[in-house]
Design a binder for this molecule. Structure first.
Ligand code: TYM
Length: 364
């Protein structure tokens, strides 16, 4: 069976972007593929973080996976730091990763700038190598993520190719290996709708002071609007999966819109409109055509309560399951422990193969 892996960082609270861009799609894949979903705690320490929060956030994230419908009779769920091979493979891959590949990553540039450039941690730079390890360790075929992770996926693919060329094939065979490729080349799975859920409040602010970026994006026909993010300072900019009904209704009521009458998809001048209609489309389970027909003559005043109700109705059962799961902590411990065992089995084979191909002396 083809294999699918993905993960979310246990930082801040999981929001509608994480859910619509990633987790919801994982659930759809678990029937068809062998799936492994992890909580990437090692990635969460690349920026300054609260040691008192990490453990709880890690468990809460795992509980939310299950609440969203990840089914442990089909998928393995585990904590990244419980499977040591992630870190081991990362070191091995680091030696084949040109620094230049990492320095040009958009997320590194943005996040390191916020950390004051030179003060950013080394791990922020090498973050994509750890992410490549997460994926390549399991010989993954597909990686369901939101659009913001596409560049990291491309790096993982390039790195896999590079290591296959450097150490695979005949050279590996001479060292006693099976020859051929060491890593499978993974494909990103980015959903058609929901891959880029936008901030509810930010509008164009994120890029307004950087003429150069704005220009470049404009020429690529990309609408410069901030995506919904855990790290945005205002909680009003995102809908968290565990927000109360009132909070959700309030955030949607106050969210940024425009002053045009009637609602429409795909108008580049109306990014907020496209975003909110897309969210409505997914949470209501309707088709794009149905939403278009239903909303084409609506005012924002009519649409906003409709959207709020649809989001609340979609999230209510998830919130209920979350309460049940977190009420029973031993259950989660068991899930994570079994998940880590399964993952370790697969991961050890890959690390063994790569170490053999790289010429390490085996322990006898
Ligand atoms: P993270 O924790 O930032 O986000 C988790 C997932 O949510 C998606 N996402 C969004 N999708 C649509 N709209 C948004 N506004 C939005 N915001 C976030 C992300 O694309 C992601 O799929 N580096 C990764 C975690 C990671 C990983 C991996 C993923 C580590 N190793 C291996 C896949 C495979 C990250 O920080 O995601």
């Amino acid at each position: 069976r083809k294999r699918v892996v993905s993960g979310v960082q246990p930082t801040g609270s999981i929001h509608l972007g994480n859910y619509l861009g990633a987790i919801k799609n994982w659930v759809a894949l678990q029937d068809t593929y062998e799936t492994l979903f992890f909580i990437v705690d090692l990635h969460a320490i690349t920026l300054p973080y609260d040691t008192q929060e990490l453990r709880k956030a890690t468990r809460d994230t795992a509980a939310l996976y299950l609440a969203c419908g990840v089914d442990i009779s089909k998928a393995s769920v585990f904590v990244q730091s419980h499977v040591l091979a992630h870190v081991e493979l990362m070191w091995l891959l680091s030696s084949s990763t040109p620094i230049g590949w990492l320095q040009k990553m958009t997320q590194f540039k943005e996040k390191s700038r916020k950390e004051g450039g030179e003060n950013a941690s080394v791990s922020l730079l090498t973050y994509p190598v750890l992410m490549a390890s997460d994926i390549l360790l399991y010989q993954s075929d597909f990686v369901p993520v939101g659009e913001d992770q596409k560049q990291h996926l491309e790096l993982a693919r390039d790195l896999a190719q590079r290591v296959n060329n450097l150490y695979g094939g005949r050279k590996w065979k001479k060292l006693g290996g099976r020859g051929g490729s060491i890593f499978k080349i993974p494909e990103p799975l980015i959903p058609q709708v929901g891959a880029r859920v936008m901030s509810l409040t930010d509008g164009l602010s994120k890029l307004s002071c950087k003429g150069f970026t704005l220009l470049r994006l404009a020429s690529l026909n990309v609408v410069p609007i901030a995506i919904m993010s855990k790290s945005a300072p205002s909680d009003q900019s995102r809908i968290n999966l565990l927000d109360s009904k009132d909070l959700i209704a309030g955030k949607i009521k106050r969210c940024k819109t425009d002053s045009l009458a009637g609602l429409e998809f795909d108008n580049a001048e109306r990014p907020e409109c496209n975003n909110l209609l897309s969210v409505y489309q997914i949470v209501s389970g309707k088709t794009k055509e149905e939403v278009m027909e239903e909303c084409k003559d609506m005012s924002w005043g009519t649409f906003k309560p409709l959207l709020a109700d649809a989001v609340i109705e979609h999230l209510s059962p998830i919130q209920l399951r979350y309460q049940e799961i977190t009420a029973e902590s031993e259950y989660l411990d068991k899930v994570l422990s079994e998940g880590a065992d399964r993952a370790t089995e697969i991961a050890e084979v890959t690390v063994h193969n790569l170490k053999q191909a790289m010429g390490f002396c085996p322990r006898n």
